[in-house]
Ligand binder design. Structure first.
Ligand code: IVH
Length: 695
């Protein structure tokens, strides 16, 4: 055989042949060459498919190559390579995370800290169910990242973060790297056609430490705790890095299982277990105060031995029919309760009190602490809120303090411990001049403010961060660090300047490369047509939170109307009182704000007009793309049905596309959707979705 022919045979990029010699008849040397060639070829086709979006071979041929590689790897374990495509490496980086609407809302839990509250809950459940000893399932409350995972016909199709409870981010590619997450359900012939489950992605202590070690080696900031690390890893755009993180997942809720009925929570846990979904062995049935208390106590003791974080227990009414009757509060079910463990505390030295300036110009005293480990997290600073608080806590540089950490809460100082060095002669006072910009400060009640607004760098940084935040314009990538760099480099003087940034300018900033600069600019541009309420919220108008922003948007329908509204006009909006009205009115009449708004407009930022709500809009915020011919509808009809439920329809697939509905003879949009990991529905799925949402 000539060398040229041999090379051709082993070139799975351009000549992917499948007339293989049986694995058993291949010499080790030859196997090694073929394995290498296969790995090379498959990686090449992965790249073509997922990155270039232009596959050059059929899925079937790809599968044959993949299978061949698996066979080889099984036959020659010594040739194992952790970077083989058969390992769950996740492939090339993605550009961004698409938004996904959850099958069912992902609720949160009402949390209790006191035993009395838990007993009230038990009384309530007893009263409502009419049972003397209603059965409850007690589970650990995992401290990780909540994930919705969907299986269709037994295969994993998507995974999404919780997001705002209705819409999360598509992290399917990252989820696939979690080795405990089955890509197919066990006994999948018995699995339901459709299954949406909820679990918690967690990091074991060793994996957490390993991640931080690697970060420190690379000169990156270590994660503060396993929960942050989990969230940070799951949202990374490079699944390879995620695969390295060795995340784990444990399941605790069936969100949707099509038409099948779930009788009890216990049953749900058992079923999930049978399908190969990991559940936690600590779950138990309890039915009275004593049992609940004992479970809480036992688990709190056990907590110290676990190699993953839990921050309390969760109690759930077992009987699902009874749950239905109890129903749901605003965002949390009435049939469940979290009972948190008491916060962990430590004693350390307060080394100094420094002053920080926030987005609103408020000066905040912050305690710098001698770093101390509080239940696995290093604490080195704690807020002291204001001058009064410093006096009340009676702390000073050099004294010993007790600090505590309670779940999500930023570490706080509980108080001073006796035996501290003597107090200083002068009590703590906030400075008369802003420590950031030197402007004379003003007093407002217990607070001290710097009135310089956006001319004061930390206020501008705070504004940018708020503007870009998930609840506001949802611009990924403008966090505190980036905002600081932009302000520090003099590139941005108000939020409108974000839109003047281009790749080459951003690239000059420390820590940015061509790709990250392109991504940032893309993200910013993607926010050109925000929903009006998000935009109003993003402006950071005093007293305008998300709810007030929504009221304003619903009432005025377009930005111009809000801008031109009179004071009385604003006060006429439901739930808006004189103080808020004055703040909104003043905001739109202040010269510098007018300038920023004009600049935003000139850069093409155009908040979308609110369409008056007709009925429910469960698909609001979702973008649909149709491709191919549908059997029962014309394209127009199908689009109209989706739009009537609030969806947007567009003609091409982009990062914003939530669903692609594919009929027969679909076009290239389907490939585009596949490569972006967009949810693909056939006509039947689409009909089911309409049925579900229209009722
Ligand atoms: S059940 C409707 N069970 O705690 C109830 N949640 O706000 C839905 N969590 O974000 C949640 N352990 O991610 C449930 N055993 C458990 C849990 C659990 C942790 C998380 C969940 C949620 C948060 C509560």
């Amino acid at each position: 055989m000539t060398a040229a022919k041999q090379d051709d045979e082993l070139d799975f990029r351009r000549h992917p042949r499948t007339d293989f010699t049986p694995v058993g008849k291949v010499s080790k040397r030859q196997a090694q060459r073929e394995i290498e060639a296969l790995r090379d070829g498959i990686a090449f086709h992965d790249h073509k498919y997922y990155v270039d979006n232009a596959p050059v071979i059929s899925d079937r041929l790809y599968d044959e190559l993949f299978h061949r590689l698996q066979e080889f790897e099984a036959a020659f374990p010594k040739l194992h390579d952790p970077n083989s495509p058969t390992m769950r490496v996740g492939g090339e980086p993605v550009e961004g995370l698409a938004k996904i609407r959850h099958t069912a809302p992902m609720l949160s839990l009402h949390a209790a800290l006191e035993r009395a509250e838990v007993e009230d809950f038990l009384d309530f459940v007893r009263r409502e169910t009419g049972e003397r000893k209603p059965e409850l399932v007690a589970e650990p409350k995992f401290d990780g990242l909540s994930l919705e995972v969907v299986y269709e016909h037994g295969s994993l199709v998507r995974a999404a973060t919780r997001g705002d409870g209705h819409t999360g981010e598509d992290v399917t590619r990252n989820a696939r790297t979690i080795r405990s997450l089955p890509l197919r359900l066990a006994a999948s012939d018995h699995a339901p056609d459709f299954l949406a489950v909820r679990g918690e992605v967690i990091l074991h202590s060793r994996a957490f430490q390993a991640i931080n070690r690697r970060r420190i080696e690379r000169g990156e900031e270590p994660f503060a705790n396993p929960r942050n690390a989990t969230a940070g890893m799951m949202r990374r755009l490079d699944p390879k890095a995620v695969a390295e993180a060795r995340l784990d997942i444990t399941f605790y809720d069936v969100l949707d299982i099509g038409d099948t009925a779930i009788v009890t929570q216990w049953n749900a846990l058992e079923m999930m277990h049978d399908w190969g979904l990991k559940t936690d062995p600590h779950a138990d049935l309890v039915s009275d105060r004593r049992e609940v208390r004992e479970y809480h106590q036992a688990l709190e003791r056990e907590r110290e031995n676990l190699d993953y974080e839990i921050d309390g227990i969760v109690l759930k009414l077992n009987d699902c029919a009874a749950r239905e009757r109890l129903g749901t509060r605003h965002r949390s079910p009435r049939w469940a309760l979290a009972w948190k463990f008491p916060p962990r505390q430590q004693v350390t030295t307060l080394q100094d009190i420094v002053v920080q300036v926030g987005m609103t110009g408020m000066l905040t005293p912050v305690a710098l602490l001698k770093p101390v480990d509080v239940g696995g997290v290093t604490v080195s600073r704690a807020t002291l809120h204001n001058e009064d608080e410093v006096r009340r806590k009676d702390v000073w540089p050099g004294c010993r303090v007790r600090v505590q950490r309670a779940g999500d809460v930023i570490p706080e100082i509980v108080g001073r411990v006796d035996g501290s060095r003597s107090p200083p002669d002068k009590p703590f006072e906030l400075p008369r001049y802003c420590p950031a910009c030197g402007t004379k400060t003003v007093h407002e009640g217990a607070y001290v403010l710097c009135p310089a607004g956006l001319a004061c760098a930390p206020q501008l940084v705070g504004h940018l961060q708020h503007y870009a935040s998930r609840e506001a314009m949802n611009i990924d990538g403008v966090g505190e660090k980036t905002a600081r760099k932009l302000v520090g480099a003099g590139l941005v003087e108000d939020v409108a300047d974000l839109y003047a940034l281009d790749r080459d300018t951003v690239k000059q900033l420390e820590g940015f490369g061509a790709t990250s600069a392109t991504n940032l600019v893309k993200q910013i541009r993607a926010s050109l047509e925000p929903e009006l309420d998000r935009f109003l919220f993003a402006l950071g108008i005093r007293h305008v939170g998300q709810r007030v922003a929504q009221q304003l948007a619903q009432h005025f329908e377009c930005l111009e109307a809000v801008e031109q509204a009179s004071l009385d006009g604003i006060e006429a909006v439901p739930d808006i009182g004189p103080e808020i009205a004055r703040s909104v009115h003043a905001f739109f009449h202040a010269k510098e704000n007018r300038r920023t708004l004009d600049k935003l407009h000139d850069h093409g930022v155009a908040p979308r007009r609110v369409r008056r709500r007709r009925g429910r809009q469960p698909l609001a915020g979702q973008t649909f793309v149709f491709t191919g011919t549908l059997g029962n509808w014309t394209r127009d009809e199908a689009e109209a049905r989706a739009e009537a439920l609030g969806a947007r329809t567009t003609s091409s697939v982009s990062a914003k596309t939530g669903y692609v509905v594919a009929g027969t003879d679909p076009g290239s949009k389907l490939d585009e959707a596949r490569s972006r990991g967009v949810t693909i529905l056939d006509e039947h799925d689409f009909a089911k979705l309409l049925k579900r949402e229209e009722t």
